[in-house]
Design a binder for this molecule. Structure first.
Ligand code: V47
Length: 406
């Protein structure tokens, strides 16, 4: 396996959606954007989104009110068209995925977030588990025949494990596979470690990096707006939005890349969704350390918010599209296929998303909350579904270097 730096180049020049300069098309306004001549179809005007389309064409940033209008617009296809134009400007038809495994080493969690179906409050509660280090390492050892590039670890907030459990976990993974990328522990876990083991957030990150941590996943962001966070994740053990963002800021300053998620489709308003995107965008302006924005569709089974319906496919398409348009400084929008469902993830590739996450192989958080998808996909299956959606699959590593197998 070899890695090549991803140049960010697109296949736009030869893409059928490109319209050459000078070609006139009825019922559409032609706007020059650098060396690309892009059409703004009459549909965008009829949807009342011409000013937003023109801002985007001119490289002018969208504001909160623009984002809310994109959520309120009845014309989902018009919103999708704008997002797809941005997606193809950046990535052409390329669609990224990676060869990874997911590991949830413990579901014991002192926080009781209303949306969570995975956590068990105490060791010994029905369904509670904590893997021994050997059991955790075995998940990687047993896949020695697979050219994996990433281990993604997310855990509950366990009150009794020693600090060495986490550092040894990482050291053990690197011993088994020195080249594996370790994307482990959400900012919520980092804050919890700092409080429990009496360290600063920076000390926690530095000690984990010394043990082999390479990047942070985006989990735990939920919705940044205090109104919603207080209702769905009101627990003194769970860090607030400012600390979540400050830990990502710190991680970026220490040289790590991270992702940022948004849990949508429960009690949040359109304005709170856009506010969430803008808070991520503001931090990205400062640090440039986010790689991907990942909308996560709420799954209602087996949790305290089970009376709420799951978000519709139409809402999922729109959230990915608006994220693409608002988060103009974040390179990638990921449609996590286990959260969206496989078929909707395919469709998201025409609504702003350019990444599907990866093979995953073992997933618990979404399946305990009712996700009907498989818990794993092979690289061949992922490539087939990307190709069937009319896009071009590219295997990447965690840092978006292209992976080529010998
Ligand atoms: O933090 C928990 C969410 C997250 C539910 O960084 C739920 O590449 C929906 O963060 N319904 C964990 N969502 C998963 C995650 C993630 C996934 C894929 C890629 C990356 C990445 C990160 O799942 C949690 C929480 O926000 N979650 N319960 C639920 N019932």
């Amino acid at each position: 396996m070899t890695l090549a730096a991803y140049s960010g180049g697109t296949v736009w020049a030869s893409h059928p959606l490109r319209v050459a300069a000078g070609v006139s098309v009825n019922c559409a306004a032609s706007i020059s954007t650098g060396n690309i001549e892009v059409l703004l179809p009459s549909r965008i005007r009829e949807a009342g989104l011409a000013d937003i389309g023109e801002k985007l064409s001119a490289g002018v940033r969208l504001e909160l009110a623009d984002g809310v209008r994109l959520f309120d617009s009845p014309d989902l296809l018009a919103v999708g068209w704008l997002a797809n134009r941005e997606r193809e400007r950046r990535h052409g038809i390329r669609t990224f995925y990676n060869y990874n495994i997911r590991l949830e080493a413990t579901n014991v969690c002192v926080a009781s977030c209303l949306f969570c179906s995975f956590a068990r409050l105490q060791p010994g509660d029905p369904g509670a588990y904590t893997l021994s280090l050997d059991q955790a390492w075995d998940k990687l050892r047993s896949r020695s025949d697979q050219p994996l590039t990433e281990v993604h670890v997310v855990n509950g907030l366990h009150p009794d494990l020693p600090w060495s459990y986490y550092t040894d976990l990482l050291r053990g993974f690197k011993k088994i596979r020195p080249d594996i990328h370790l994307k482990c522990f959400t900012a919520v876990e980092i804050a919890f470690f700092a409080d429990l083991y009496k360290k600063t957030d920076e000390q926690v990150l530095l000690e984990l990096m010394d043990a082999g941590l390479d990047s942070l996943p985006g989990g735990g962001a939920e919705i940044f707006a205090e109104r919603v966070r207080k209702k769905i994740a009101n627990d003194p053990n769970k860090c607030d939005a400012n600390r979540y963002l400050s830990i990502h800021r710190l991680a970026h300053r220490l040289g790590m890349r991270t992702n940022v998620t948004m849990l949508y489709g429960h009690i949040e308003t359109a304005e709170e969704r856009v506010d969430h995107m803008l808070r991520a965008r503001a931090l990205q302006d400062e640090t440039g350390g986010f790689q991907a924005f990942i909308p996560l569709a709420f799954h209602p089974d087996n949790n305290q918010m089970r009376k709420l319906p799951a978000p519709s496919a139409a809402d999922t398409l729109r959230v990915h599209a608006v994220a693409r348009l608002m988060c103009d400084n974040i390179d990638h929008i990921k449609a996590f296929w286990i959260a969206t469902g496989v078929e909707v993830a395919q469709t998201c590739l025409w609504f702003g998303a350019d990444d599907l996450d990866g093979t995953v192989q073992e997933e618990k958080i979404y399946h305990m909350a009712g996700s009907p998808t498989p818990t794993a996909m092979t690289t061949r299956e992922i490539e087939r579904l990307i190709t069937a959606a009319g896009r071009s699959p590219v295997e990447r590593d965690t840092l978006y270097n292209v992976v080529a197998h010998a």
